[in-house]
Design a protein around this ligand. Structure first.
Ligand code: IPD
Ligand code: CA
Ligand code: CA
Ligand code: CA
Length: 283
């Protein structure tokens, strides 16, 4: 593949450059973590790299756009309630950047090479730019509202698979075990027998990028936060895919229970989750 050249301008170029710098930093620290702490549970990890990278991304954005608002995972108190409250406050701003400095912290900590940087820009409530960078594979996924989605200049497209039985589906296991585990088990039990295979790589954002790139046909997860999804959602939409919540309702940046797909198999995923009462909503 040709070396990556940033041809975008403005907001998108700022997002790409920040993601590239952040990714390099994260990759250089794999296996060298100094401070490993937990947040809401023993499975909810944070390191000095998550915090440092978020600070760097903030600085880079604010250098260009000092009056823009930034919602970053490590700037918010742990837990779903705090995330919802922070989003409610943040979404009042005309220009809102949503940043996940390391999506896949558990993978990063273990040296499992599947993690990324996720940066989105929401302008007046509308997802406008989404950038996801995987520093291990050097894959930069970029989406701009109404202008398509690209990976290193080549348009990305969702898969054309329309047979649920031939589909490869990704899912995720969020750290909030008490909430997510029963829901996940019920969803898995319902969906796995119907399809070709399940993948759970441990990075919500990268799974969304993989739906956009046609590498999996669909993905679902309950209990996510805005920074896990925002950039990936735009990538999927601009690659021709579909995004809803687990009940099949339209996506909003506050949606926590998410289904992404190539569109063709979407209803199968949603109805399987509904039938199994595995939507994350109390039915
Ligand atoms: C997590 C990852 C993981 C998903 C969790 C997320 P983090 O984000 O995306 O795949 O299952 O729900 O919280 O904490 O590594 O940024
Ligand atoms: Ca986290
Ligand atoms: Ca995340
Ligand atoms: Ca994170």
């Amino acid at each position: 593949r040709e070396p990556y050249v940033v041809t975008s301008k403005g907001h998108t170029a700022v997002a790409i450059n920040a993601a590239a710098k952040a990714g390099e930093w994260i990759k250089s620290r794999q296996g060298l973590v100094k401070e490993l702490n937990t947040k809401t549970s023993a499975q909810d990890l944070v390191t000095e790299v998550d915090k440092g990278v978020e600070q760097m991304i903030r600085r880079l954005i604010l250098t260009h756009y000092p009056d823009h608002a930034i919602l970053g995972e490590e700037g918010v108190s742990p837990g779903a309630a705090a995330a919802t409250a922070a989003l409610e406050e943040a979404r009042e701003h005309e220009y809102l950047w949503i940043v996940d400095p390391v999506d896949g912290t558990t993978n990063f900590v273990h040296g499992f090479p599947f993690y990324c940087v996720s940066i989105a820009l929401v302008i007046r409530g509308e997802l406008t730019v989404g950038v996801i960078y995987d520093p291990i594979r050097d894959e930069m996924f970029v989406a701009e509202k109404g202008k398509g989605a690209y990976m290193h200049g080549v348009p990305t497209a969702v898969s054309t698979e329309d047979v649920f039985g031939d589909s490869l589906i990704a899912m995720g296991f969020p750290p909030d075990r008490e909430f997510a585990q029963p829901v996940n088990m019920a969803g898995l039990q319902s969906i796995l027998p119907q399809i070709r295979g399940i993948r759970a790589g441990g990075s919500a954002a990268l799974h969304l990028a993989y739906v956009a790139a046609g590498r999996v046909d669909g993905y679902w997860e309950v209990g996510l936060s805005p920074w896990d999804c925002a950039a990936g959602v735009l990538l999927v939409l601009e690659s021709g895919g579909r995004i809803t919540d687990t009940l099949g309702r339209p996506y909003d940046i506050g949606t926590r229970h998410i289904v992404a797909s190539n569109g063709h198999i979407h209803e199968y995923l949603v109805s399987s989750l509904k039938n199994a009462e595995a939507t994350g909503y109390k039915l």
